[in-house]
Design a protein around this ligand. Structure first.
Ligand code: BES
Ligand code: MN
Ligand code: MN
Length: 477
């Protein structure tokens, strides 16, 4: 990697010089070393969904073990659950103090379309104060910041103010089934007082943010079948069922141009939003229209016009089609009526909608919309719960204070549209509040070409996590 114009030694504008001899000064002195570790992490193509990358999953897990060991964690090991290893480590040297479980993921999304990347996805490049690589913001940069916070604290004080357990998985981007099983079966082995997750964004640059809600997910594939085999559209057009057209009709029937999802019973399952959160949305700093226009490159936002943008993006269920497969996909023309067609369709869910209670409603509606001569099967690919968490607890207060201190500005509370299905499971199985304190930005290209992470936010993540642990030490259990 070539380090160009931006020197990582350049100090954040929002934070004054750290007092000498402190952990914060140590972090400032280690900026280059930490950056080199981040580069090494980002060079590993740990794409969990592609079987060819299995050896890279092992390499990424080994890197995480090395970092945890370097940070002074004990019982560092990989747990084999069938998929990519779950990496764990702990430090329990603060008896009587709270225990924080720190979760993140070392796996990344595929890189396609590769031609859209300005620099290769696994050759980290620094431009304009950002580091560009697949996984930079989701979630390697954020995971490493949390580990480095612990390492800096251990290096300067020789101990931590609280107990910590790390659980870093390598399967998040394709469903996280292994860690789910692990948490269900071994909850009693990982007792904790709160869970810290850095895998979300801030509202805007410099604006410390705590996420108090994430949406759930039901990802399906619709498989439509018509005639016994493909047919000539001249010979049989007019009498043959067309599965591709059937899927178009079905998808149009599932959601109208008004953004309303036409699945009877779906909205009735949703928990209403509270006056408190409507207040947060109304007081959110900045203009959401301008921000979205800049991020998305469009200035019309189709969907439910009767709801505010923040509510539509996080607190309303959505239905999206991600892909159509079937028929003739190449250049030119082929007059065929396909015998089979598929569509990838997902719903983002809000509490108390679940994959289990929504799937039958979707299946019933698809059956109702299916035209004659076609059968449609609705396959459940994966699902996960959403959550809205009660922010009135001392661990969220500790995070809110830590972030406000780090950024020099009051922390805001956000509800996110994305999904982190393990989070509600942690809450249910461990009985511990979840704290989403993330350092990403929404426009950092997660799951897209040219993913990047702002380097100042990488360092803020290290300092901020140190501050969080210090605040947690003041919490009486
Ligand atoms: N870090 C994201 C989740 C996220 C995205 C949280 C945006 C907040 C804002 C996570 O890695 C992710 O991509 N989750 C998937 C989960 C799915 C595969 C069940 C998602 O949201 O699509
Ligand atoms: Mn993530
Ligand atoms: Mn992701």
């Amino acid at each position: 990697m070539e380090v160009k114009s931006t020197s990582p030694k350049k100090r954040s504008k929002t934070r004054p010089l750290a007092a000498s001899g402190t952990v914060h000064q140590h972090i400032d002195e280690q900026r280059w070393a930490y950056l080199r570790d981040l580069v090494r992490f980002l060079e590993i193509p740990s794409i969990s969904t592609l079987p060819a990358h299995k050896p890279d999953m092992e390499r990424a897990a080994a890197f995480v073990r090395e970092q945890l060991t370097e940070a002074g964690m004990q019982r560092v090991r990989s747990i084999d659950l069938g998929g990519p290893p779950l990496v764990v480590g702990e430090w329990l040297g603060a008896p009587g103090k709270p225990t924080i479980l720190i979760y993140g993921h070392y796996d990344v999304q595929p890189v396609d379309p590769l031609s859209e990347w300005q620099t290769p996805p696994f050759e980290p490049d620094i431009r304009d104060g950002n580091i560009y690589a697949r996984g930079a913001t989701d979630d390697k940069g954020q995971v490493l910041a949390m580990i480095l916070a612990v390492r800096a604290q251990m290096a300067t004080a020789g101990s931590l103010p609280v107990n910590v357990r790390f659980l870093i998985e390598g399967e998040e981007e394709y469903g996280g089934a292994s860690i789910e099983r692990y948490v269900r079966e071994h909850a009693d082995e990982i007792p904790c007082d709160a869970v810290l997750i850095a895998d979300t964004h801030m509202l805007a640059p410099g604006q410390p943010s705590i996420v108090y809600g994430v949406r759930g997910m039901l990802y399906t594939e619709l498989v439509a079948r018509g005639a016994a085999h493909d047919l000539h559209s001249g010979t049989y057009g007019g009498v043959a069922p067309n599965p591709l057209h059937a899927l178009a009709l079905i998808i149009a029937g599932l959601k109208g141009v008004d953004g309303h999802i036409n699945i009877p019973g779906l909205y009735e399952l949703a928990q209403p939003v509270t006056d408190e959160e409507r207040g947060w949305w109304a007081r959110q700093p900045g203009d959401p229209v301008a921000r979205l226009a800049a991020e998305m490159g469009v200035d019309v936002f189709p969907g439910e016009q009767d709801y505010s943008l923040p509510e539509r993006m996080a607190a309303r269920p959505t239905l999206e089609v991600h892909g159509f497969i079937g028929g003739f996909q190449q250049e030119g023309a082929k007059t065929v009526i396909p015998a089979e067609a598929r569509a990838k369709v997902s719903l983002r869910l809000v509490p108390d909608q679940t994959a289990e209670n929504v799937l039958p409603l979707l299946q019933a509606r698809v059956a109702e919309l299916t035209p004659p001569g076609v059968t449609v099967e609705v396959k459940n690919i994966h699902g996960g719960l959403g959550m809205v968490l009660d922010v009135h607890n001392p661990y969220v207060a500790a995070a809110s204070a830590a972030l406000a201190e780090e950024f020099g500005r009051a922390t805001v509370f956000l509800r996110e549209g994305g999904s982190i299905p393990i989070a509600p499971l942690f809450a249910a199985q461990l009985g511990a509040p979840v704290v989403f304190a993330g350092y990403g930005l929404a426009d950092e290209g997660l799951h897209a070409p040219n993913e990047h992470f702002n380097l100042e936010n990488f360092y803020h993540g290290i300092h901020g996590t140190v501050r969080f642990l210090q605040h947690v030490a003041e919490v009486t259990r």
